[in-house]
Design a protein around this ligand. Sequence first.
Ligand SMILES: [Zn+2]
Length: 268
Amino acid sequence: MKKLALATCFNYDASPEFWADAVKAGFTDAEIDTHGAMTDPDDIIAEAASAYEALKAGGLVPSSLHLPFSHYWDVSQNDDAIREEVLCKQEKIIRWMGEHGITYAILHPSAEPIDDSDRPSRIVHSTESIARLGKTAAACGVIVAVEDLPRTCLGNCADELLKIIGDQDSVRICFDVNHLLKESHKDFVAKAGKYIVTTHLSDYDFVDERHWMPGEGDIDWKELRKLLEDVGYEGRWLFEITAEKCAPSFGRAATAKEVADRFCEVIG
Ligand SMILES: [Zn+2]
């Protein structure tokens, strides 16, 4: 069986008992989500630490943390002074992750919108920022997993994402399967597949990101499974969905067990 994982956005305030139910449903790992509205890394770390404790107490392994993302935290922004400040703060969070054995730091390569005329310089900044965070991560046993993003964000297709991540072993890809709006899963995995170390799974309608439960949108999950298996993917099958909003047809919050059961059903 695949390693099933849940991001804490599924239920931000979940108790250890809630996570223990997820373990019973077959989940083994988790991703700690953080709030981009906070700008003090100590606040982010304090919140992450409490999620870390609740997850561990419930029996899940917190094996990744989603670094904060918002305009403030944008590693591609043009303002050199703020970008430097943000990178120092990201590095502080990455060091905390290293001390707690959390392997994957999920990073957005930019915020949005990105104007066409601005794109080349934003790509340069993002690439430099990621190279720096990769070095910091390598020194503390962490891997920066850069996520493909939708719309005008940087990294909205495999070619651009590959350019941005560079060639360090400590920088890899988090494949968000509901973010591709410009290219098919098949084309993305053909180009970027060997760099994928973790996933963000959810369903969508190919119009915009939706973060729905598998089977609620238009993804061909059997094809997706085969694509990932064919490139030797052995990482976590991690769901980035919110319990209340993950199943439009339900009209209520889904449980971790319902997510796991649905995934098994659609993936074959
Ligand atoms: Zn995602």
